[in-house]
Design a binder for this molecule. Structure first.
Ligand SMILES: NC(=O)c1ccc[n+]([C@@H]2O[C@H](COP(=O)([O-])OP(=O)(O)OC[C@H]3O[C@@H](n4cnc5c(N)ncnc54)[C@H](OP(=O)(O)O)[C@@H]3O)[C@@H](O)[C@H]2O)c1
Length: 372
Protein backbone atom coordinates (compact mmCIF):
# COMPACT_ATOMS: atom_id res chain seq x y z
CA UNK A 1 0.00 0.00 0.00
CA UNK A 2 1.26 3.49 -0.85
CA UNK A 3 2.37 5.67 2.02
CA UNK A 4 3.30 2.83 4.32
CA UNK A 5 6.38 3.38 6.43
CA UNK A 6 8.93 0.67 5.69
CA UNK A 7 11.21 -0.82 8.33
CA UNK A 8 10.92 -2.09 11.88
CA UNK A 9 12.45 -1.53 15.31
CA UNK A 10 16.09 -2.67 15.18
CA UNK A 11 19.04 -2.92 17.52
CA UNK A 12 20.84 -0.09 15.69
CA UNK A 13 17.80 2.15 15.39
CA UNK A 14 16.68 1.81 19.01
CA UNK A 15 20.29 2.22 20.21
CA UNK A 16 20.35 5.56 18.35
CA UNK A 17 17.17 6.51 20.25
CA UNK A 18 18.74 5.42 23.57
CA UNK A 19 21.82 7.51 22.72
CA UNK A 20 19.71 10.61 22.13
CA UNK A 21 18.09 10.16 25.56
CA UNK A 22 21.43 9.59 27.29
CA UNK A 23 21.76 13.02 28.91
CA UNK A 24 18.28 12.85 30.44
CA UNK A 25 17.86 9.24 31.52
CA UNK A 26 20.06 6.30 32.48
CA UNK A 27 20.44 3.47 29.96
CA UNK A 28 18.54 1.15 32.37
CA UNK A 29 15.41 2.89 31.11
CA UNK A 30 15.74 0.61 28.07
CA UNK A 31 15.65 -3.19 27.88
CA UNK A 32 16.47 -5.58 25.11
CA UNK A 33 13.79 -7.58 23.35
CA UNK A 34 14.27 -10.65 21.15
CA UNK A 35 15.79 -9.49 17.89
CA UNK A 36 17.88 -6.88 19.69
CA UNK A 37 15.57 -3.85 19.75
CA UNK A 38 15.77 -1.82 22.95
CA UNK A 39 12.39 -0.95 24.42
CA UNK A 40 11.70 1.78 26.99
CA UNK A 41 10.53 0.64 30.43
CA UNK A 42 7.54 2.97 30.04
CA UNK A 43 5.24 2.43 27.06
CA UNK A 44 2.17 4.35 25.91
CA UNK A 45 -1.16 2.50 25.84
CA UNK A 46 -4.25 3.54 23.88
CA UNK A 47 -7.16 1.52 25.26
CA UNK A 48 -9.31 4.05 27.09
CA UNK A 49 -11.24 7.07 25.87
CA UNK A 50 -14.16 8.18 23.80
CA UNK A 51 -14.51 7.17 20.18
CA UNK A 52 -14.41 10.70 18.80
CA UNK A 53 -12.15 13.14 16.98
CA UNK A 54 -11.27 15.13 20.08
CA UNK A 55 -9.84 11.99 21.69
CA UNK A 56 -8.04 11.06 18.44
CA UNK A 57 -6.34 14.45 18.60
CA UNK A 58 -5.39 13.97 22.25
CA UNK A 59 -3.80 10.59 21.48
CA UNK A 60 -1.90 12.03 18.49
CA UNK A 61 -0.46 14.75 20.73
CA UNK A 62 0.33 12.36 23.57
CA UNK A 63 2.14 9.95 21.21
CA UNK A 64 4.12 12.83 19.70
CA UNK A 65 5.15 14.01 23.16
CA UNK A 66 5.98 10.51 24.36
CA UNK A 67 8.29 9.87 21.38
CA UNK A 68 10.09 13.15 22.15
CA UNK A 69 10.44 12.38 25.85
CA UNK A 70 11.99 8.90 25.91
CA UNK A 71 9.09 6.52 25.31
CA UNK A 72 9.70 4.32 22.26
CA UNK A 73 7.04 1.65 22.91
CA UNK A 74 3.51 2.21 21.59
CA UNK A 75 0.74 -0.27 22.36
CA UNK A 76 -2.63 -0.49 20.66
CA UNK A 77 -5.20 -3.00 19.33
CA UNK A 78 -7.50 -3.02 16.34
CA UNK A 79 -10.62 -2.90 18.53
CA UNK A 80 -9.47 -0.03 20.76
CA UNK A 81 -11.87 2.82 20.16
CA UNK A 82 -13.17 1.09 17.02
CA UNK A 83 -9.80 1.27 15.18
CA UNK A 84 -9.37 4.96 16.03
CA UNK A 85 -6.47 4.32 18.38
CA UNK A 86 -4.46 2.47 15.72
CA UNK A 87 -5.15 5.28 13.27
CA UNK A 88 -4.10 7.95 15.79
CA UNK A 89 -0.86 6.08 16.56
CA UNK A 90 -0.17 5.71 12.83
CA UNK A 91 -0.82 9.38 12.11
CA UNK A 92 1.36 10.60 14.98
CA UNK A 93 4.21 8.25 14.09
CA UNK A 94 4.10 9.21 10.40
CA UNK A 95 4.13 12.91 11.32
CA UNK A 96 7.05 12.45 13.73
CA UNK A 97 9.05 10.59 11.07
CA UNK A 98 8.20 13.24 8.43
CA UNK A 99 9.28 15.99 10.82
CA UNK A 100 12.57 14.19 11.41
CA UNK A 101 12.00 13.73 15.15
CA UNK A 102 12.34 9.95 15.02
CA UNK A 103 13.04 7.22 12.51
CA UNK A 104 10.89 4.12 12.06
CA UNK A 105 13.65 1.78 13.25
CA UNK A 106 13.78 3.55 16.65
CA UNK A 107 10.20 2.71 17.70
CA UNK A 108 8.56 -0.53 18.90
CA UNK A 109 4.92 -0.68 17.78
CA UNK A 110 2.64 -3.40 19.13
CA UNK A 111 -0.96 -4.19 18.26
CA UNK A 112 -3.45 -7.02 18.77
CA UNK A 113 -6.09 -8.95 16.88
CA UNK A 114 -8.85 -11.26 18.02
CA UNK A 115 -11.85 -9.09 18.93
CA UNK A 116 -14.29 -8.01 16.26
CA UNK A 117 -13.83 -4.30 15.65
CA UNK A 118 -16.14 -1.73 14.17
CA UNK A 119 -14.86 0.87 11.74
CA UNK A 120 -14.57 4.19 13.57
CA UNK A 121 -17.97 4.02 15.26
CA UNK A 122 -20.74 1.60 16.14
CA UNK A 123 -22.69 1.05 12.90
CA UNK A 124 -26.45 1.59 12.87
CA UNK A 125 -26.89 -2.16 12.36
CA UNK A 126 -23.93 -3.98 13.94
CA UNK A 127 -25.11 -7.41 12.85
CA UNK A 128 -25.48 -6.34 9.23
CA UNK A 129 -21.98 -4.82 9.37
CA UNK A 130 -20.57 -8.07 10.75
CA UNK A 131 -22.31 -10.21 8.11
CA UNK A 132 -21.30 -7.94 5.22
CA UNK A 133 -17.69 -7.51 6.36
CA UNK A 134 -16.83 -10.97 7.63
CA UNK A 135 -19.43 -13.60 6.80
CA UNK A 136 -20.31 -12.85 3.17
CA UNK A 137 -16.64 -12.28 2.40
CA UNK A 138 -15.84 -15.75 3.78
CA UNK A 139 -13.41 -14.38 6.37
CA UNK A 140 -15.39 -15.96 9.21
CA UNK A 141 -17.25 -19.29 9.01
CA UNK A 142 -20.03 -20.41 11.33
CA UNK A 143 -18.73 -21.77 14.63
CA UNK A 144 -15.48 -19.81 14.57
CA UNK A 145 -16.58 -16.96 16.84
CA UNK A 146 -16.63 -17.13 20.65
CA UNK A 147 -18.59 -14.14 21.93
CA UNK A 148 -17.09 -11.48 19.68
CA UNK A 149 -13.70 -13.16 19.48
CA UNK A 150 -12.06 -15.15 16.69
CA UNK A 151 -8.50 -16.42 16.24
CA UNK A 152 -8.59 -18.43 13.01
CA UNK A 153 -5.67 -17.89 10.64
CA UNK A 154 -7.91 -16.38 7.97
CA UNK A 155 -9.39 -13.90 10.41
CA UNK A 156 -6.13 -12.94 12.11
CA UNK A 157 -4.39 -12.38 8.76
CA UNK A 158 -7.32 -10.22 7.64
CA UNK A 159 -7.04 -8.23 10.86
CA UNK A 160 -3.28 -7.89 10.45
CA UNK A 161 -3.77 -6.29 7.02
CA UNK A 162 -6.24 -3.82 8.50
CA UNK A 163 -3.86 -2.99 11.36
CA UNK A 164 -0.95 -2.44 8.95
CA UNK A 165 -3.14 -0.04 6.97
CA UNK A 166 -4.41 1.75 10.11
CA UNK A 167 -0.89 2.13 11.48
CA UNK A 168 0.61 2.90 8.07
CA UNK A 169 3.36 0.38 8.80
CA UNK A 170 4.76 -2.25 6.44
CA UNK A 171 5.97 -4.19 9.48
CA UNK A 172 4.40 -4.32 12.94
CA UNK A 173 6.98 -5.09 15.62
CA UNK A 174 4.78 -7.12 17.97
CA UNK A 175 1.49 -8.73 16.98
CA UNK A 176 -0.49 -10.21 19.86
CA UNK A 177 -3.34 -12.67 19.81
CA UNK A 178 -5.67 -10.58 21.98
CA UNK A 179 -6.91 -12.29 25.17
CA UNK A 180 -6.74 -15.84 23.77
CA UNK A 181 -8.18 -17.19 27.05
CA UNK A 182 -11.50 -15.78 25.85
CA UNK A 183 -11.79 -18.85 23.60
CA UNK A 184 -11.83 -21.12 26.68
CA UNK A 185 -15.23 -19.68 27.62
CA UNK A 186 -16.74 -22.02 25.03
CA UNK A 187 -14.04 -24.23 23.59
CA UNK A 188 -12.45 -27.24 25.33
CA UNK A 189 -8.72 -27.10 25.97
CA UNK A 190 -7.54 -29.52 23.26
CA UNK A 191 -9.44 -27.58 20.60
CA UNK A 192 -8.15 -24.31 22.05
CA UNK A 193 -4.56 -25.53 21.76
CA UNK A 194 -5.16 -26.58 18.14
CA UNK A 195 -6.56 -23.14 17.40
CA UNK A 196 -3.55 -21.48 19.01
CA UNK A 197 -1.11 -23.63 17.07
CA UNK A 198 -2.91 -22.80 13.82
CA UNK A 199 -2.76 -19.10 14.75
CA UNK A 200 0.98 -19.36 15.45
CA UNK A 201 1.59 -21.09 12.11
CA UNK A 202 -0.16 -18.16 10.42
CA UNK A 203 1.85 -15.63 12.44
CA UNK A 204 5.14 -17.38 11.67
CA UNK A 205 4.09 -16.99 8.02
CA UNK A 206 3.50 -13.28 8.58
CA UNK A 207 6.99 -13.01 10.09
CA UNK A 208 8.46 -14.73 7.02
CA UNK A 209 6.64 -12.21 4.81
CA UNK A 210 8.02 -9.28 6.82
CA UNK A 211 4.59 -8.13 7.98
CA UNK A 212 5.39 -8.60 11.65
CA UNK A 213 8.64 -8.93 13.53
CA UNK A 214 7.55 -10.87 16.65
CA UNK A 215 4.25 -12.17 18.00
CA UNK A 216 2.78 -13.18 21.32
CA UNK A 217 -0.30 -13.21 23.51
CA UNK A 218 -1.87 -10.23 25.25
CA UNK A 219 -3.84 -11.55 28.20
CA UNK A 220 -6.02 -10.49 31.08
CA UNK A 221 -6.84 -13.39 33.41
CA UNK A 222 -4.95 -16.16 31.59
CA UNK A 223 -1.70 -15.90 33.54
CA UNK A 224 -3.33 -14.79 36.80
CA UNK A 225 -5.35 -17.95 37.30
CA UNK A 226 -4.25 -21.36 38.55
CA UNK A 227 -3.84 -24.50 36.42
CA UNK A 228 -7.14 -26.32 36.43
CA UNK A 229 -9.11 -23.07 36.27
CA UNK A 230 -10.99 -22.84 33.02
CA UNK A 231 -9.29 -19.76 31.55
CA UNK A 232 -5.75 -20.62 32.69
CA UNK A 233 -2.90 -20.21 30.20
CA UNK A 234 0.35 -22.15 30.46
CA UNK A 235 3.22 -20.15 29.03
CA UNK A 236 5.31 -23.29 28.50
CA UNK A 237 2.44 -24.85 26.58
CA UNK A 238 2.10 -21.78 24.34
CA UNK A 239 5.85 -21.68 23.70
CA UNK A 240 5.65 -25.41 22.89
CA UNK A 241 3.02 -24.67 20.23
CA UNK A 242 5.20 -21.87 18.84
CA UNK A 243 8.10 -24.33 18.57
CA UNK A 244 5.83 -26.70 16.65
CA UNK A 245 4.89 -23.80 14.37
CA UNK A 246 8.29 -22.15 13.94
CA UNK A 247 11.01 -24.42 15.33
CA UNK A 248 13.48 -23.40 18.03
CA UNK A 249 13.88 -19.97 16.37
CA UNK A 250 10.14 -19.29 16.65
CA UNK A 251 8.96 -15.70 17.07
CA UNK A 252 6.56 -16.05 20.04
CA UNK A 253 8.67 -13.69 22.12
CA UNK A 254 6.38 -11.22 23.92
CA UNK A 255 3.44 -11.49 26.29
CA UNK A 256 1.30 -8.81 27.82
CA UNK A 257 -0.39 -9.25 31.19
CA UNK A 258 -1.91 -6.92 33.78
CA UNK A 259 0.51 -6.07 36.54
CA UNK A 260 0.38 -3.31 39.14
CA UNK A 261 0.41 -2.79 42.91
CA UNK A 262 -3.11 -4.20 43.16
CA UNK A 263 -2.64 -7.04 40.64
CA UNK A 264 0.75 -8.58 41.47
CA UNK A 265 -0.04 -12.23 40.56
CA UNK A 266 2.50 -12.46 37.72
CA UNK A 267 5.21 -11.94 40.34
CA UNK A 268 3.67 -13.54 43.41
CA UNK A 269 1.75 -16.60 42.20
CA UNK A 270 3.62 -19.80 41.28
CA UNK A 271 1.04 -20.99 38.74
CA UNK A 272 3.25 -21.82 35.74
CA UNK A 273 4.36 -25.38 35.29
CA UNK A 274 7.86 -25.86 33.94
CA UNK A 275 10.14 -28.85 34.16
CA UNK A 276 11.09 -29.00 37.80
CA UNK A 277 7.97 -27.51 39.33
CA UNK A 278 5.78 -24.43 39.48
CA UNK A 279 7.10 -20.90 38.96
CA UNK A 280 5.69 -17.39 38.69
CA UNK A 281 4.70 -16.19 35.22
CA UNK A 282 7.57 -13.68 35.28
CA UNK A 283 10.11 -16.39 36.13
CA UNK A 284 8.63 -18.67 33.46
CA UNK A 285 8.81 -15.89 30.88
CA UNK A 286 12.45 -15.23 31.65
CA UNK A 287 13.23 -18.93 31.45
CA UNK A 288 11.41 -19.28 28.11
CA UNK A 289 12.93 -16.16 26.53
CA UNK A 290 9.70 -14.17 26.44
CA UNK A 291 9.65 -10.39 27.00
CA UNK A 292 6.87 -9.11 29.29
CA UNK A 293 4.87 -5.94 28.85
CA UNK A 294 2.69 -5.03 31.86
CA UNK A 295 -0.72 -3.55 31.07
CA UNK A 296 -2.84 -1.40 33.38
CA UNK A 297 0.33 -0.35 35.21
CA UNK A 298 -1.57 2.32 37.19
CA UNK A 299 -4.82 0.29 37.49
CA UNK A 300 -6.71 2.47 35.04
CA UNK A 301 -5.65 5.62 36.88
CA UNK A 302 -6.61 4.45 40.39
CA UNK A 303 -3.00 4.13 41.57
CA UNK A 304 -2.02 7.67 40.64
CA UNK A 305 -3.12 9.10 43.98
CA UNK A 306 -3.27 8.27 47.68
CA UNK A 307 -0.62 5.53 47.76
CA UNK A 308 0.54 4.71 51.31
CA UNK A 309 3.05 7.30 52.55
CA UNK A 310 5.71 4.60 52.98
CA UNK A 311 6.06 4.40 49.21
CA UNK A 312 7.45 7.92 49.03
CA UNK A 313 10.16 6.97 51.55
CA UNK A 314 10.98 3.73 49.77
CA UNK A 315 11.26 5.46 46.40
CA UNK A 316 13.21 8.67 46.87
CA UNK A 317 13.66 10.92 43.87
CA UNK A 318 10.16 10.42 42.51
CA UNK A 319 7.67 13.27 42.67
CA UNK A 320 4.22 11.73 42.23
CA UNK A 321 2.24 8.60 43.08
CA UNK A 322 1.88 7.86 39.36
CA UNK A 323 5.67 7.73 39.06
CA UNK A 324 5.88 5.49 42.16
CA UNK A 325 3.24 3.10 40.86
CA UNK A 326 5.11 2.87 37.54
CA UNK A 327 8.45 2.49 39.30
CA UNK A 328 7.07 -0.53 41.17
CA UNK A 329 6.02 -2.15 37.88
CA UNK A 330 9.16 -1.45 35.85
CA UNK A 331 11.38 -2.50 38.78
CA UNK A 332 9.76 -5.90 39.30
CA UNK A 333 12.22 -8.56 38.13
CA UNK A 334 10.97 -10.00 34.85
CA UNK A 335 8.87 -7.03 33.75
CA UNK A 336 10.26 -5.42 30.60
CA UNK A 337 7.96 -2.51 29.89
CA UNK A 338 5.21 -0.89 31.98
CA UNK A 339 2.36 0.22 29.72
CA UNK A 340 0.39 3.23 30.86
CA UNK A 341 -2.62 4.57 29.00
CA UNK A 342 -1.93 8.24 28.27
CA UNK A 343 -4.04 10.54 26.18
CA UNK A 344 -3.00 13.62 28.09
CA UNK A 345 0.38 15.24 27.45
CA UNK A 346 0.43 16.31 31.11
CA UNK A 347 0.30 12.64 32.10
CA UNK A 348 3.09 11.84 29.64
CA UNK A 349 5.20 14.59 31.22
CA UNK A 350 4.44 13.32 34.72
CA UNK A 351 5.06 9.64 33.96
CA UNK A 352 8.31 10.05 32.01
CA UNK A 353 9.74 11.59 35.18
CA UNK A 354 10.26 8.01 36.34
CA UNK A 355 12.83 7.44 33.57
CA UNK A 356 15.31 9.84 35.17
CA UNK A 357 15.68 7.43 38.12
CA UNK A 358 17.08 3.90 37.72
CA UNK A 359 14.67 1.06 38.48
CA UNK A 360 14.77 -0.35 42.05
CA UNK A 361 16.60 -3.58 42.82
CA UNK A 362 14.65 -6.79 43.37
CA UNK A 363 15.15 -6.64 47.16
CA UNK A 364 13.69 -3.14 47.29
CA UNK A 365 10.66 -4.34 45.35
CA UNK A 366 10.12 -7.10 47.93
CA UNK A 367 10.26 -4.47 50.69
CA UNK A 368 7.42 -2.62 49.01
CA UNK A 369 5.27 -5.72 49.54
CA UNK A 370 6.18 -6.02 53.20
CA UNK A 371 6.20 -2.33 54.15
CA UNK A 372 3.99 -0.58 51.58
N1 LIG B 1 -5.88 -7.48 27.70
C1 LIG B 1 -5.12 -6.56 27.16
O1 LIG B 1 -4.51 -6.81 26.16
C2 LIG B 1 -5.04 -5.20 27.78
C3 LIG B 1 -5.90 -4.85 28.81
C4 LIG B 1 -5.79 -3.60 29.38
C5 LIG B 1 -4.83 -2.72 28.90
N2 LIG B 1 -3.99 -3.06 27.88
C6 LIG B 1 -2.96 -2.12 27.36
O2 LIG B 1 -2.27 -1.55 28.46
C7 LIG B 1 -2.40 -0.14 28.43
C8 LIG B 1 -2.43 0.42 29.83
O3 LIG B 1 -3.60 -0.01 30.52
P1 LIG B 1 -4.90 0.92 30.74
O4 LIG B 1 -4.85 2.06 29.80
O5 LIG B 1 -6.08 0.04 30.73
O6 LIG B 1 -4.75 1.39 32.24
P2 LIG B 1 -3.63 2.24 33.00
O7 LIG B 1 -2.46 2.46 32.16
O8 LIG B 1 -3.44 1.59 34.33
O9 LIG B 1 -4.39 3.62 33.28
C9 LIG B 1 -4.67 4.55 32.26
C10 LIG B 1 -5.46 5.70 32.89
O10 LIG B 1 -4.63 6.38 33.84
C11 LIG B 1 -4.61 7.75 33.55
N3 LIG B 1 -3.26 8.27 33.88
C12 LIG B 1 -2.09 7.99 33.27
N4 LIG B 1 -1.07 8.65 33.83
C13 LIG B 1 -1.60 9.40 34.83
C14 LIG B 1 -1.05 10.32 35.76
N5 LIG B 1 0.25 10.59 35.77
N6 LIG B 1 -1.90 10.90 36.64
C15 LIG B 1 -3.22 10.62 36.63
N7 LIG B 1 -3.81 9.76 35.77
C16 LIG B 1 -2.99 9.16 34.87
C17 LIG B 1 -4.91 7.87 32.08
O11 LIG B 1 -5.43 9.15 31.79
P3 LIG B 1 -5.33 9.85 30.32
O12 LIG B 1 -5.59 8.78 29.31
O13 LIG B 1 -6.36 10.89 30.37
O14 LIG B 1 -3.93 10.40 30.16
C18 LIG B 1 -5.90 6.74 31.88
O15 LIG B 1 -7.20 7.15 32.22
C19 LIG B 1 -3.70 0.09 27.65
O16 LIG B 1 -3.83 1.41 27.19
C20 LIG B 1 -3.56 -0.95 26.59
O17 LIG B 1 -2.68 -0.47 25.57
C21 LIG B 1 -4.08 -4.30 27.33
Amino acid sequence: MGGMLEGQATKDGTSRYVQRCAGRMPAEHFREMAGGARASTLGLGTYLGREDEVTDGLYRKAVTRALERGVNVLDTAINYRHQRSERAVGAALAAAVRAGGVKRDEIVVATKGGYLAFDGEVPSDPRAYFVATYVRTGIIQPGEVVGSHCITPRYLLDQLERSRANLGLATIDVYYVHNPEQQLDEVERPQFLTRMRDAFVALEGAVAEGKIQLYGAATWNGFRTDPGERGHLSLAELVGLAREAGGTDHHFRVVQLPYNLAMPEAFTRANQKLEGGFFSTLDAARHLGVYVMASAAVLQGKLTQALPAAFADLMPGLATDAQRAIQFVRSTPGIGTALVGMKSTAHVDDNVGVAAVPPLGGEQVKRLFSEG
